[in-house]
Design a protein around this ligand. Structure first.
Ligand code: FES
Length: 139
């Protein structure tokens, strides 16, 4: 069983190697069926992401080619990659129950990005994504 000393030595080792939190996050993403390709695309192995097991479920991918992006399951075999940048002033929206809500001024969107309430005047934009079998490539 690892001791507190083992943990601290591991943490120091990570720091000494210069690993950034982003790199660690990417390693965690890989463990969850989400990997980032060198060209910036993100590959999601759909059946390895529990959050996508039900319609309306979503998983945040972090930034994809500079934009905050999430995948939403929109049907039994359909998915949508959404830009989480609010169309009002670009603040990143977050899940709020079954919707997305902007923390800046309160705009609301349904799970699939449909506009519900302003001050934004339109839906969340979609990001290119290609479904191939059980794999979705985003970006
Ligand atoms: S930036 Fe989202 S409502 Fe204003």
């Amino acid at each position: 069983m690892p001791t507190r000393r083992d943990f601290l030595l591991s943490a120091c080792g990570i720091a000494a190697l210069g690993l950034t939190p982003a790199l660690l996050a990417n390693e965690a993403m890989a463990a969850d069926g989400i990997t980032r390709k060198p060209n910036g695309q993100v590959v999601v192995t759909l059946d390895k992401v529990p959050a996508l097991a039900r319609v309306g479920g979503s998983v945040n991918l972090g930034t994809v080619k500079g934009k905050p992006v999430a995948i939403v399951r929109t049907g039994t075999s359909t998915y949508r990659a959404l830009s989480l940048a609010c169309p009002h002033q670009g603040v990143t929206v977050a899940r709020s129950g079954s919707n997305w809500r902007c923390p800046a001024h309160g705009s609301m969107f349904t799970a699939d990005g449909t506009f519900v309430a302003g001050p934004a005047e339109g839906p969340l934009s979609t990001v290119p994504a290609k479904l191939s079998g059980k794999t979705l490539t985003v970006g």
